[in-house]
Design a protein around this ligand. Structure first.
Ligand code: UGA
Length: 430
């Protein structure tokens, strides 16, 4: 099939590459000429494991191409996937101006039947507005359908998530749109869930908010563990054996971050409010999440007494491992709090330093964890990169001013670290 993707961010680029992998002919369009130039010169605007190889392979095979012209997308694709951003505005409401603009541009170029699909995460009832807008701005009486097909990929494992989805949600209001979307997804061999458009939109927001709630829940339990002497890992393992609960997203730490959870929880609170429902539960999820960073900084403070003028080695900057994405990263927020208290920070991240350097001032960015630990009064582990698990901790101890390690992601084993001579603190573990 011929498919078009509008927006070449994380979702758009990965989706385009994966559709090409299953044999479709794909054009990816973006209004940002610099991004398209970069892609045409065989470079990726984001880091995602396996993405460069996937994209280049299909560019070379002639199945994937890039354009700045939305006309290309509307002319070429039987289905047009909208993958543009919906960032949060001040006050929490999702900014729908990019979707609005793209909808009008699609309408202006519509010559024959197309299915216009929202793939970006959008508030419930967005599809209705997209339909209204295209209907208003379409030049001739061209038939079209609007559909919702939310994306559930995670940064860092985006390609595997997209190639082998646990479910494909298709929100439609016509048999013709359903048939075309089923055809596009047939090679994926996935479970397809067909719903109305509103429900498909809400499945996405409700899923992300639920996962965020799970994280805040275990972080609250971790606080009770710290107060009582219980161990949050053992509690999570025990809870996770219940098939109604399951173990994933029960890892206590310094809280969730990234481009999706904070924005989506906020947007769901906001849209619910607009519709007359006060989603107080999600406000508490946010409060616990923010508090988790403060609790971590207090732990550092407890070990150092005064943070001012102390050197702190920071391991991690990205919001989670296997990505260079530092947007809404809890690690960055912790760094800011330590800087506010007068710390000297030496930071290392395998991928995120370049982007972090645009946000954090007054931090020394180091080329490896050992350089970050050099002269440090404490080491703060704030992103759970697997490579931090296998560091030469004897060497780390040797270069530090004092071997204090505060593990905000429960990555390391407390008994091993103590045996190595570290003063070791973590989250919700005795
Ligand atoms: C999330 C969802 O998992 C995807 O299904 C969704 O498609 C995506 O948002 C989106 O809406 O685009 P992502 O933001 O890439 O994906 O990252 P996650 O792996 O979900 O992690 C989010 C945050 O939660 C990270 O900061 C992570 O460190 C934190 N987390 C996760 C915990 O603190 N504890 C856990 O047990 C799990």
């Amino acid at each position: 099939m011929k498919l078009s993707i509008i927006g070449t961010g994380h979702v758009g680029l990965v989706t385009g590459g994966c559709f090409a992998e299953y044999g479709h002919q794909v054009v990816c369009v973006d209004s940002d000429a610099r991004k398209i130039d970069l892609l045409r010169s065989r470079r990726m605007p984001i880091y995602e494991p396996g993405l460069e190889e996937l994209v280049l392979r299909h560019v070379d095979a002639g199945r994937l191409r890039f354009s700045t012209d939305i006309k290309d997308a509307v002319r070429d694709g039987e289905i047009i996937f909208i993958c543009v951003g919906t960032p949060a505005l001040a006050g929490g409401r999702a900014d729908m101006s990019y979707i609005d603009k793209v909808s009008r541009d699609i309408a202006a170029n519509l010559e024959e039947y197309r299915v216009v699909v929202e793939k970006s995460t959008v508030p419930v009832q967005t599809g209705r507005n997209v339909k209204m807008l295209i209907g208003k701005y379409v030049k001739k009486d061209v038939p079209f359908d609007v559909a919702s097909n939310p994306e559930f990929l995670r940064e860092g494992s985006a390609i595997a998530d997209t190639l082998h989805p646990e479910r494909v949600v298709i929100g439609v209001e016509s048999g013709r749109a359903e048939e075309l979307l089923r055809k596009a997804y047939a090679p994926f061999n996935a479970k397809i869930v067909v719903t109305d458009i509103h429900s498909a939109e809400l499945i996405k927001h409700a899923s992300n908010a639920y996962l965020a709630m799970k994280i805040s829940y275990i972080n609250a339990i971790a606080a009770v563990c710290e107060a009582s002497g219980a161990d949050v890992e053992q509690v999570a393992d025990g809870m996770g054996m219940d098939s109604r609960i399951v173990r994933s997203f029960l890892n206590a730490g310094i809280g969730y971050g990234g481009y999706c959870f904070p924005k989506d929880v906020e947007a769901l609170i906001h849209i619910s409010q607009e519709m007359g429902y006060d989603f107080g539960l999600l406000r508490e999820v946010q409060r616990i999440n923010l508090d988790q960073r403060e609790r971590f900084v207090k732990k550092v403070e407890k070990e150092l007494w005064v943070i001012k003028d102390k050197t702190i080695g920071l391991l991690g900057l990205s919001f989670k491992p296997n990505t260079d994405d530092v947007r809404e990263s809890p690690a960055i927020e912790v760094a800011k709090k330590l800087l506010e208290r007068g710390a000297r920070i030496r930071a290392y991240d395998p991928k995120g330093s370049e982007k972090a350097a645009r946000i954090l001032e007054g931090v020394t960015f180091c080329k490896d964890p050992y350089e970050a630990a050099t002269g440090a009064d404490a080491l703060a582990l704030v992103t759970e990169w697997q490579e931090f698990k296998t560091l030469d901790f004897a060497r780390i101890k040797g270069v530090m001013a004092h071997p204090t390690l505060i593990d905000g992601r429960n990555l390391l084993d407390p008994a091993t670290m103590r045996k190595l001579g570290f003063t070791y603190r973590s989250v919700g573990r005795a």
